[in-house]
Design a protein around this ligand. Sequence first.
Ligand code: GMT
Length: 386
Amino acid sequence: MAAPLRIGILCHPTYGGSGVVASELALSLADAGHDVHLFSHEVPPRLARSPGLVQMHRAQGVPYPLFHSTPHDLAITSSILNVHRATGLDILHAHYALPHAVSAFLARAAAQADKDRPAPKLVTTLHGTDITLIGNDPSYAPLTQFVISASDAVTTVSEWLARETRQRFCFATSGPCPIDVVHNFVDTEWFSPNAGTGRSACRRTDGPTAVHVSNFRPVKRVPWLVKAFARSLRGRNATLVLVGDGPDQQECRRVAHELGIEKHVLFLGERDVLPELLAPACVFALSSSSESFGLSALEAMSCGTPVVATDVGGVSEVVEHGRTGLLAPAEDMDGYADNLSALLFDPERAKLMGAAARQAALDRFTRERVVRLYEAIYARVLGRPN
Ligand code: GMT
């Protein structure tokens, strides 16, 4: 690696998705010898569980009667400026366009006023819903478009998201729209087939298990998954294990009750021991209406568990239909149910597909490979050799 860099990473402190990617990247960059600072309004759970040498800056605004909400985003900008003035920062890497690319843009602008050291460069990584949902809202679209064009480099987690970003936010007036596609990565040692009992749940005496992990937001369509799972049973015994929590959880319970499959659906709530839950499962199920990448599916693949998913967004860049999982169109519930059934009740096929899924994770989505790609982007925007 070239000379160590001073890197500030900004992210949402989420259990899944972009918060995990940002935390794992920060830990990997620190392991590689860089001086890494992470800025968020809470400590991301994935970072909190690690002893890695990432310097955490929990930046929270203070309530004030005139403020209708507490501006944590501005506190993040101030925290970045404190670090930059004290030790200097070479790179600000914002994960999720809003608010973090804006917080970083403000910090870069303020640092440009400090003549005693060069301002950091701004790298923005787009994760999906920052473009397809919230960034697209008229309340935010102009600012999203601006901060993308003002970044020194923009990356997306899939080719599909790069296309979506160009279509929605790159106009002739904004000039060329260079986007680097850097897929997400997984810790293939932690997410391993040997995690947990090491025994596949395809052959459990009380029936195979399918597992789903998400934040139960409407875009994940978990109630739809419960209905598809019910169709896959056809009188046979299997269990759907739901991990995570969020706005659709109660609806999932209602649907399970309405379909009379309550004894087949297990609600575990939020859990940290994901590998121990993913590795023994027969199938990992993802049923989103939109998914720029599907990090949880990759984590399951790394554990040697095949994936049944809806063929949306960038999922097909992660899951290869017929080899590492089975994909069905988002509106085809019967096809999705058939795919669940094809793996839940055929342990040999599930085992073969799970082994191919593990190999795909090792071949294409390792930490080493992806961190090198980000380091090359950092070197490029700094005009330094990589
Ligand atoms: O999926 C979520 O609801 C969380 C969201 C996020 O931004 O934290 O996930 C997005 O980023 C993940 C990490 O890059 C991707 O794996 C997810 O596919 C993406 N979610 C969507 O596009 C819906």
